[in-house]
Design a protein around this ligand. Structure first.
Ligand code: GLN
Length: 558
């Protein structure tokens, strides 16, 4: 009796949705007509809107390719490899998830066909299928269902699962079949299908065309999936007759045809435009989720700052894949965040490092307010990076070096300040007389390429008086890594004596994580990837610091 009244009093204290939402709800996001429609952004925006209504959201992406993870794929093929705290190397869409929401991502947040098959084949080898013929249906589809449903727990109101690829691809079929089956287990009322599609404008006809959307939904319906909401990417506004046609032919209510106009200004407009079209209300209603009213003040503030910059700076990004924006996705985003924090419009100019080798740093970098040299692998363009960094160091141009960018900064300093003219990294010159960057001890003998680098979050201790320490405001930090080579501790003393400041080290292993040049307005180079932890609502301190230094450089006012 006493326990009963105690429990009921306790439940009354909980927010209403946490009491009623015993079942984790599932939203599946698919894409149709063409790839690159922004499924990741749309999924992240929906998650952000649901969080703003007080719901607890988890996110996941299922990728239909056979690589076990994108870690071994070329940036030209796949864009950036986004690294999580736990060291998993994932699809760049997970970067959107983390930037837009507070959801905690782990190894369970990204699966590929390769991983699914690997797990099923391992089970088969262990005899777990008891002699049965192992087949796509049910064994592969069961494995897919398992990786989705493992995210259910009492602390999660909604799981959003994005299916990579485009509906109609052979590769995505097992994933679509698996998500078709999930409502049979969890109840249709607890699941939702959102289909992102393209409604192209045909110039010659002067009108929007709905047929590709009808076809793509047709394919989904053949598989047995009836989308609940259609998000229509379009460059022109859909009029009522377009929406009516889509609704009728695709078998969805008119109010579930949602327009998502192209955003020329900023990707951070996407959640607000989806909200203006009431997508959050539709989802909450269909999934029967009681929720608070939205609080989007922080998000409006971001857009206000983006629209009302007080300064403008131009930053050179010197990298091997400069022409390929997706290869440095999180860096572009983090620079925007640095701009938001400083009320500054940041213009980023990508420059191929080989261009500096051909034309010289002076000619290429004159007029910029800062330089950023990102991470990378392989020898091509390395000398151009070292030359660019030398220019920034000698001309007091604010500089941020990331991973390979940091290693190149050490090479420049060793060669041009400490007098070790042949200094190099053993990644590029195995027999250099001065291996200031060398293979990490733990990497010796490692031959497998996949998932074997030093990966994920590692602690570092910042030195008092350094720019990094001032920027972070604390001395203990944790940042994400992805590398095999490191600052060679054997050269530490010599380089310090020549004036290099060791601003951050691993607390136990004495690995050098940050170097700085003290008599320089902003010369900070880090072995880790700060770009993975920057958000529009909370710029990473090193990106905020770089943009602030670029503004000072531009205006000449300290
Ligand atoms: N290639 C370098 C290494 O493996 C740098 C890696 C990176 O920039 N992510 O250490």
């Amino acid at each position: 009796m006493f326990l009963g009244s105690f429990l009921s009093a306790f439940f009354h204290l909980l927010p209403p949705f946490q009491e009623s939402c015993r079942v984790t709800k599932h939203i599946f996001v698919t894409g149709g007509v063409v790839s690159s429609l922004g499924k990741g952004l749309t999924s992240a925006s929906i998650a952000m809107l649901l969080e703003s209504r007080g719901l607890r959201v988890k996110m996941q992406k299922l990728d239909p390719y056979i690589n076990v993870d994108p870690g071994t794929m070329s940036p030209y093929q796949h864009g950036e490899v986004y690294v999580l705290d736990d060291g998993s190397e994932t699809d760049l869409d997970l970067g959107h998830y983390e930037r837009f929401t507070t959801t905690h991502l782990t190894r369970q947040s990204n699966y590929t066909t390769g991983q699914i098959y690997q797990s099923v084949i391992n089970k088969e080898r262990r005899g777990e299928f008891l002699g049965k013929t192992v087949q796509v249906i049910p064994h592969i589809t069961n494995e897919i269902k398992e990786v989705v449903l493992q995210l259910d727990d009492t602390d999660t109101d909604v799981v959003i699962t994005e299916i990579g690829g485009t509906v109609g691809d052979i590769e995505s079929l097992p994933f679509l079949e698996a998500i078709r089956q999930i409502p049979l287990e969890r109840g249709r009322e607890n699941c939702m299908f959102i289909h992102l599609t393209l409604v192209p404008f045909l110039k010659a006809a002067g009108e929007l065309k709905t047929k590709p959307t009808q076809h793509s939904v047709g394919i989904l319906r053949q598989i047995g999936i009836q989308p609940d909401i259609l998000v229509c990417r379009t460059e022109r506004s859909l009029d009522t007759s377009d929406r009516e046609k889509i609704a009728l032919f695709c078998n969805v209510p008119l109010h579930s045809v949602i327009e998502e106009r192209d955003k020329d200004f900023s990707i951070y407009e996407v959640p607000l435009s989806l909200q203006a079209n009431k997508i959050d209300d539709l989802i909450l209603k269909q999934l029967n989720l009681p929720a608070a009213s939205a609080n989007l003040e922080g998000w409006h503030d971001i857009l206000h700052r983006l629209r009302n910059p007080e300064h403008e700076v131009s930053i050179a990004l010197v990298g091997k894949y400069a022409e390929h924006r997706d290869a440095y996705k999180s860096i572009y985003e983090a620079l925007d965040h640095g701009g938001i924090a400083n009320y500054t419009q940041v213009r980023v100019q990508p420059i191929k490092s080989e261009e500096i080798e051909q034309n010289g740093a002076e000619k290429t970098l004159a007029g910029f307010d800062a330089l950023i040299v990102p991470g990378g692998f392989g020898e091509r363009g390395v000398e151009g990076k070292v030359e660019a960094i030398r220019y920034a160091r000698e001309r007091n141009l604010p500089f941020l070096g990331i991973c390979l960018g940091m290693q190149c900064a050490v090479i420049d300093f060793a060669r041009n300040v400490a007098g070790l003219s042949e200094a190099h990294s053993t990644e590029f010159f195995r027999d250099t007389p001065h291996p200031v960057i060398c293979l990490m001890e733990e990497q010796e003998g490692v031959t497998d390429k996949g998932g074997t680098m030093r990966l994920g979050s590692q602690p570092a201790l910042l030195s008092d008086g350094s720019r990094s320490r001032a920027a972070y405001g604390v001395s203990d930090i944790s940042e994400r890594h992805r590398h095999r080579y490191e600052f060679n501790g054997g050269y530490r003393k010599q380089l310090e004596e020549a004036g290099l400041l060791i601003a951050g080290t691993h607390p136990e292993k004495s690995l050098v994580e940050i170097v700085e040049v003290a008599e320089h307005p902003w010369f900070v180079a880090v072995q880790f990837h700060p770009e993975f932890k920057s958000k529009p609502t909370a710029a990473h301190p090193l990106f905020a610091g770089l943009v602030a230094a670029a503004v000072t450089h531009h205006t000449g006012v300290k």
